[in-house]
Write a protein that binds this ligand. Structure first.
Ligand code: GLC
Length: 741
């Protein structure tokens, strides 16, 4: 398997020119076409071999009958044609951003090209690039794929070749880098040790490699595996299918992908019922598919975290099979067993999230076992040290295999009250303020079944394991009070935890404003989310349609300024509302108890392109397609500069360029700009949003706007200053002045 290049330890970056640093495609093609006409060679044949190879070598290859002198003449003619035509030569996308980043990181760089020296200088000048070191075909005996040029450049820069990154857009160039023993980064859909979609991508990866820890201010993306991409046509998403869509995530600006559970499972809760924590379920493609996905993600500079589900297992787990066979079985104490109450009923009043009591009677041994979810999901006993030791090994296993951390399922549920006391009932007019559970469950005060303080010790234990692997742990903690939630990420506990305030809320701008401010002040380590596979989609909760989408985007702009990590649930980048699942076509176990709480609508397939199967599957999807329109699809939104996808991508691209100045501090302050707008300031970065449904009064911008949700023309290069009125849900990022530090 390729190793992830150590971008933090680089000593130099060596860049190819044509197609890499300089966009000269059109002029190169024109010159070769003219030349092909003059020499009677079919244009297509010429264009197929010309790229990335010195002109002389291409000529000799195309016209094998010519002698060396005639080859030289023909090559000179070709060069003259190229030299004469620099009209549309320009810097490649992201080139200037990359060079500025190299400068800021103090990383030496050079251009190594198989082009003629004079031509190279002219092209670089036309693109506004002045390299500190330029090696051309005039400086080496052979061009690429010979490694000579790259090795010479490393020598001149006094850099260890193994610590020089070669950036290339052609196979011969990549071969030269690899032959020189250098890690490679490839453009044009080629695979090097890294695979880049443009040079801005590399700039971002270099900045992130210098950010410590790596998840600080990262952008995360939740892949709900069953519904993301299906490579086999069986209608069920899998790892290879997910792997096919990683470029979409890299382009969006995603740093870390969370994969929902891929372990062996009977799928009663679609993977959240694990029968073997160390094996990838065959329906997701098995272990080899995971290795391949990790390699592909790492090649794009993205990390991947798994989903650690250890509050419970499947009842098909061998531990449970053993435990339920006899009271004396060594695994008995891995689960929670109790005698029936005196009336023969369940031992206490705890309830399952999916309806009915949290206890099921096991005839074989005459006791009840506990399950906070379905009877097929028996709860593990976290007061048993043997279990804790087993789970440590599971975590070690996957981190050693290449996972970069875990989202911790039901992280606050693991430990239960030692005496299993009854939960008190809430006063009649009060309900637990979360969805995804039955009404009956919401009427109890869950003082004893969940959120016990002893759970922090389990997290601290995992943290020690994770830190040995530089891995990230983010908890699913349904604790809406930010102050209480912050305790889960205090000290050496979880690295981060989702704050679900924006997931549990409908649209109430005042309330959102107050809640968000409290969460932002509570801890710089929280993970910001608007949705997940357990709740209605954000755009639907926020009002639906265009307004719901705009509200979601305005919140994304605010989230972009907050310290911590910001997460996108698959499809949120498209502004998707809930999918339509006709009665009788759902699959969620919760819907059996309470159809109104069904989670299916948030889980319908990802719409990649118009047409049957939505590009998700060639078969019949396991959940209905959801009634998506063509405009909902990635393909349609890619092509529309004003689409939700394009706008969110623009937001994240701008955010990552500003991350440096912002990340200088974790201090976040609400700023009072008046006019009823919501604003935050973090270092040199501001986020301003109009969460109301009316245009705001005029606001004096305290710094230049570099992103405007409603105007793609506003960029860091073309900022807007002065006074503005914000349309409903319009949101801006402002930057500067940078803090002195
Ligand atoms: C988490 C998951 C949910 C699952 C439950 C039980 O809340 O997000 O989908 O049903 O845990 O594992």
């Amino acid at each position: 398997m390729r190793r992830r290049p150590d971008l933090g330890g680089l000593e130099a970056v060596l860049l190819d020119m044509d197609g890499t640093l300089v966009d000269s495609d059109a002029s190169v093609e024109r010159a070769w076409s003219t030349w092909a006409g003059e020499y009677g060679v079919p244009v297509d044949t010429v264009l197929a071999v010309a790229h990335g190879s010195p002109a002389g070598r291409t000529v000799a290859h195309l016209l094998p009958r010519l002698g060396p002198e005639e080859v030289a003449i023909a090559a000179r003619r070709q060069l003259a044609l190229q030299y004469d035509d620099l009209s549309d030569v320009a810097a490649a996308p992201g080139a200037h951003e990359l060079l500025a980043t190299l400068d800021r990181c103090g990383l030496p760089w050079a251009v190594v090209t198989s082009a003629d020296g004079r031509l190279a200088k002219a092209r670089l000048a036309a693109a506004g690039i002045d390299p500190p070191l330029l090696l051309t075909i005039d400086d080496v005996r052979h061009g690429k794929p010979d490694p000579e040029g790259y090795l010479r450049a490393a020598g001149l820069l006094r850099a260890d070749p193994a610590a020089c990154l070669v950036v290339e857009d052609s196979e011969p160039g990549l071969a030269a880098g690899t032959a020189a023993g250098m890690p490679t980064a490839a453009l044009r859909g080629l695979d090097g040790d890294l695979r880049l979609f443009d040079l801005g991508h590399l700039a971002h990866l270099l900045r992130r490699a210098r950010t410590s820890p790596w998840w600080r201010d990262a952008v995360g993306y939740q892949v709900y595996l069953p519904s993301f991409g299906d490579s086999t046509g069986d209608g069920w998403g899998d790892l290879a299918g997910a792997g096919e869509h990683l470029d979409h995530l890299a382009r969006l600006g995603v740093d870390v992908v969370w994969l929902t559970p891929f372990f062996r499972s009977p799928m009663r809760d679609h993977g959240y019922d694990i029968a073997d924590h160390r094996v990838v379920d065959p329906s997701f493609g098995g272990d080899a598919a995971l290795d391949e996905l990790l390699a592909r993600a790492h090649r794009r500079g993205m990390r991947v975290i798994g989903d650690l589900v250890v509050n419970h297992t499947s009842d098909a787990h061998p531990w449970f099979t053993a435990a339920s066979s006899s009271r004396a079985d060594p695994y008995r104490d891995y689960y929670i067993w109790r005698d029936p109450a005196p009336d023969g009923g369940p031992p206490n009043n705890w309830l399952s999230h999916f309806g009915g009591p949290a206890w099921t009677f096991s005839e074989a041994t005459g006791q009840y076992y506990l399950h906070l979810f379905s009877p097929e999901q028996p709860d593990l006993n976290w007061r048993n040290p043997a279990l804790a030791a087993q789970v440590d090994k599971v975590i070690e296993h996957w981190l050693a295999r290449g996972l970069d951390g875990f989202r911790i399922d039901t992280a606050a549920y693991l430990v239960k009250d030692a005496d299993l006391r009854d939960n008190p009932l809430l006063p009649a007019d009060l309900l637990v303020p979360v969805g995804g559970v039955t009404m009956e469950w919401r009427r109890q005060d869950h003082r004893h079944d969940i959120h016990q303080p002893d759970v922090h010790a389990v997290h601290e234990r995992w943290r020690r394991v994770a830190d040995r692997h530089d891995a990230f742990l983010v908890g699913e903690v349904y604790e809406l009070d930010p102050g209480t939630l912050a305790r889960f990420v205090d000290g050496e506990r979880l690295h981060s935890s989702f704050w679900f305030g924006l997931v549990e809320s409908g649209w109430d701008p005042e309330r959102i404003d107050t809640m968000l401010a409290a969460a932002a002040a509570a801890s710089p380590r929280l993970s910001w989310v608007q949705g997940n596979h357990d709740r209605p989609r954000a755009a639907t909760r926020y009002g639906g349609g265009q307004v719901g989408r705009r509200r979601s985007l305005a919140l994304h702009v605010l989230m972009a300024s907050l310290p911590g990590t910001m997460w996108i649930y698959q499809g949120e980048e498209l502004g998707l509302g809930d999918g339509h699942v006709p009665r009788g076509h759902g699959a969620d176990p919760l819907a059996t108890a309470e159809p109104g709480q069904s989670r299916d609508a948030a889980r319908t397939p990802m719409p990649w392109r118009p047409g049957p199967g939505l590009g998700f599957t060639t078969g019949r999807p396991w959940l209905p397609e959801g009634g998506r329109t063509d405009a909902d699809t990635v393909a349609a939104q890619e092509a529309d500069p004003a689409s939700h996808l394009t706008t969110l991508r623009r937001l994240l691209t701008t955010r990552r360029r500003l991350a440096g100045p912002a990340a200088a501090t974790d201090e976040i302050a609400r700023a009072d700009l008046g006019a009823g707008v919501t604003a935050y300031r973090r270092g040199g970065l501001w986020a301003v949003a109009n969460l109301r449904d009316a245009t705001s009064a005029e606001v004096e911008l305290p710094a230049p706007a570099v992103f405007d949700s409603d105007d793609p023309a506003v960029t860091p290069e073309r900022p807007r200053t002065g006074r503005v009125r914000l349309a409903p849900q319009q949101a801006l990022l402002l930057a500067g002045p940078w803090p002195a530090s």
